[in-house]
Design a protein around this ligand. Structure first.
Ligand code: DTR
Ligand code: ZN
Ligand code: ZN
Length: 503
């Protein structure tokens, strides 16, 4: 997205208002209420982060769904929302989670560095031991069972290069031809870190290794492989939090969400204590019974880190009419990255990614404006499907939101614009134990939390620019404008005799 820094300019009206306020000793009763964004204080947001860090510290170092740290986070957030007078529910849901107990890989008696692919079936205790076979390396390596025509991979562990189809498909086709395991190697630098995508796709265990390791193994066909995966699938029961104002129309609801769970590896303070804390503080400042035209529904999602489970089940559990009652959805996932960037979801597809549902471009503009008001130039971030807006846009609900960057490295240009360090990830502690209270950019957090609150506030008053839904006041204003336009221009004016005065 091409955007530029917009220096906040003070309008003549704003200056006049300031001068008038300086002369007055009391605020006139007709003064507009302060916008929600300006009521957000960074220290209040940070206090929620401190709570999340303490909760993690007291519960095994994480706040992952299904773990006690998540339940304690739910109690904290839901308790605050109830205290502020919201209508709060904590709907439960279940899903199948993959737990790895141990993993090891060795070739020709030498340990090999690698990782299990998520949802890999377990091996028998003690692992599988079998000779290494190498799948042909072409444009679609291991992407069909016929790749193994003329090669007997029965009872072997097959080495396959990444690319052209999913890891799940590669493992499935090798299994169909009788392989007892597979090792998939990267086609770019770095760890493979993959998933089979589905617990049922592959019958054989699957490991991932780097490109370098894979290329070395490709010369070792016939060597003895020992692959040991001890893992299990377990049904996890967890919950979302859904809190709605008791005021405003319920057929044009403004919805805003953040995932409350962390990964099991750490306390999840940036990911996503920050989004949760910003959203919670905005809700508390708004209150459960504000003067709004549209109801506001805040969601704190569970099991985002297990595949966007809480938000997906929530949306899928609504009827078409209930989905229609949601005017738009705003998402906040990682809004205090320690080497922060400033990203707004690209609703109009101008960065080359997918276009969001109709109205998403307007949401993008509203966030751009809310950040520009604070002197911050943003970049568009394409809807890559990696956070909880995914199911909302899948059913056509316009969406938007903010984030401060994930594992991508900050460029020189971005460092020049935003500060921070070029060549370093926006969040170097992403999904790691170091994602703690010491590794948050609190300036970025406060700015994002203010923009979050300002945009929620604006839509609670009107979503007309997004979806055309008018409030009573807007309809009255439009009618009045039409009447005065008719009077001013050459509209047919009735004569006393009941005939209009036009030829
Ligand atoms: N869903 C995040 C990581 C993530 C990946 N892409 C984006 C884009 C915008 C926000 C977040 C993300 C996680 O929870 O791990
Ligand atoms: Zn995450
Ligand atoms: Zn996240």
């Amino acid at each position: 997205m091409s955007s530029r820094t917009i220096t906040p300019k003070r309008s003549a009206a704003a200056l006049a208002a300031t001068c008038a306020a300086a002369l007055l000793t009391v605020t006139p009763a007709s003064a507009a209420p302060a916008d929600l964004g300006s009521t957000i204080n960074g220290n209040a947001v940070n206090r929620h982060l401190i709570a999340f860090q303490r909760i993690a510290d007291q519960n095994g170092g994480n706040r992952a769904s299904g773990q006690p740290g998540y339940e304690a986070s739910v109690d904290y957030v839901a308790g605050k929302l109830r205290g502020a007078g919201f209508d709060v529910t904590t709907p439960e849901f279940t899903y199948q989670a993959y737990f790895l107990d141990s993993f090891s890989l060795a070739v020709a008696g030498q340990p090999v560095e690698g990782d299990v692919l998520e949802y890999s079936p377990a091996t028998p205790q003690g692992g599988v031991t079998a000779p290494l076979a190498v799948a042909p390396v072409d444009d679609t390596p291991g992407c069909s069972a016929s790749d193994y025509d003329g090669q007997d991979i029965t009872g072997k562990v097959v080495l396959i290069k990444r690319g052209a189809c999913t890891f799940g498909e590669k493992a499935k086709f090798a299994g169909e031809r009788g392989a007892v395991g597979t090792i998939i190697y990267n086609n770019v630098d770095g760890a493979l870190n993959g998933t089979l995508g589905d617990p049922d796709i592959s019958k054989i265990p699957a490991a991932g290794v780097t490109k370098q390791v894979g290329e070395a193994l490709a010369g070792q066909a016939g060597a003895e492989v020992k692959l040991d995966v001890q893992a299990r699938l377990e049904t996890v029961t967890t919950r979302n939090i859904v809190a709605q104002t008791r005021t405003g129309r319920t057929d044009n609801v403004v919805m805003a969400g953040a995932h409350l769970d962390s990964v099991p590896e750490g306390p999840g303070i940036n990911d996503n204590g920050t989004g949760s804390a910003g959203l919670l503080e905005a809700a508390l400042k708004l209150g459960g019974s504000p003067k709004v035209n549209n109801a506001v529904r805040f969601a704190f999602w569970g099991a985002e880190e297990s595949g966007l489970v809480g938000s997906t089940q929530y949306v899928q559990g609504l009827s078409f009419e209930q989905q229609l009652d949601i005017a738009l959805y705003l998402n906040f996932d990682m809004i205090g990255s320690p080497n922060a960037g400033y990203f707004v979801y690209d609703g109009d597809g101008s960065t080359g990614g997918p276009t969001g549902p109709h109205g998403s471009g307007q949401i993008e503009q509203d966030f751009v404006a809310a950040m520009a008001k604070q002197g911050v130039e943003v970049e568009g971030d394409e809807f890559d499907g990696r956070s909880d807006y995914g199911e909302f846009i899948a059913v056509g609900i316009p969406a938007g939101g903010l984030n401060t960057g994930v594992e991508t490295l900050k460029t020189e240009e971005q460092a020049a614009k935003w500060g921070g360090t070029a060549g370093v990830a926006f969040d170097p502690n992403y999904h790691a134990p170091g994602d703690n209270l010491s590794n948050v950019d609190r300036v970025a957090l406060e700015r994002n939390a203010k923009a979050l609150a300002a945009v929620v506030d604006g839509y609670s008053k009107s979503t007309e620019a997004v979806n055309g839904m008018q409030t009573r006041a807007e309809r009255a204003q439009l009618r009045a404008a039409r009447v005065s336009l008719m009077a001013q221009h050459d509209a047919p004016v009735m004569t006393k005799a009941g005939h209009h005065n036009l030829a």
